[in-house]
Design a protein around this ligand. Structure first.
Ligand SMILES: Nc1nc2c(ncn2[C@@H]2O[C@H](COP(=O)(O)OP(=O)(O)OP(=O)(O)O)[C@@H](O)[C@H]2O)c(=O)[nH]1
Length: 200
């Protein structure tokens, strides 16, 4: 069996239960798994081939375990990553603290890695605004304060962002309304991301 060639390494980081695995499932298999929560142990790998202009590139996505018990292991998985999706749960302030930790760590240790800050579970706050624990502006300020570029991007555009050889920035929306912040996998809406790329 021949080894799979991965063109671009992507790592998912964030506190346990924020929804990293669900995001990967959605992106790769177009599904949202309902049922009891099963925490990731160590890390999981999935590959996805995508078309970028006239080329096919293979993303190798490492979905790390959020539990702090696996923190040292997660460091192994972000080594050499071209992009990191750092997730936080909009209804859990401690998960935002954890996301800040990972962003700082990546900035320090992986200068070439593009960082995407992603708020998850927006369906919960749509149902009940009082559940929101991370203010929209706090997240935006954090992205702007730490990076030279801070916009929101649609998930499907991330492959284009990742491919520095064939950048197609013209397709990106310059902004999306505040209401669309965060990821709503439960209701299968499209996820949006803050990008805080400090090396674009
Ligand atoms: N309501 C809602 N629940 C979600 C969403 N995304 C994930 N969940 C739920 O949150 C729980 C944790 O999701 P996972 O995707 O396993 O979280 P994880 O970040 O991979 O967790 P670890 O493997 O522990 O690091 C599961 O019960 C999911 O069904 C979402 O967008 N909305």
């Amino acid at each position: 069996m021949s080894a799979m060639r991965v063109d671009t390494k992507v790592v998912m980081l964030g506190k346990e239960s924020v929804g990293k695995t669900s995001l990967v499932e959605r992106y790769v298999h177009h599904r949202f798994l309902v049922g009891p929560y099963q925490n990731t142990i160590g890390a999981a790998f999935v590959a996805k081939a995508i078309q970028v202009e006239d080329k096919v590139i293979t993303l190798g996505i490492w979905d790390t375990a959020g539990s702090e018990r696996y923190e040292a292991m997660s460091r192994i998985y972000y080594r050499g990553a071209r992009a990191a999706i750092v997730c936080y749960d909009l209804t859990d302030s401690s998960s935002f603290q954890r996301a800040r930790f990972w962003v700082k760590e990546l900035q320090k240790c992986e200068e070439q890695c593009k960082i995407y800050l992603c708020g998850t579970k927006s369906d919960l706050i749509e149902g009940d605004r009082s559940l929101r624990q991370i203010d929209y502006h706090d997240a935006q300020d954090f992205a702007e304060g730490n990076c030279s570029l801070s916009k929101m991007y649609h998930l499907d555009l991330i492959p284009e962002l990742l491919n520095t050889r064939f950048p197609t920035y013209t397709k990106m929306p310059s902004s999306v309304p505040a209401e669309e912040t965060g990821v709503n996998l439960g209701q299968k809406k499209d996820p949006y991301f803050y990008s805080c790329c400090h090396n674009n």
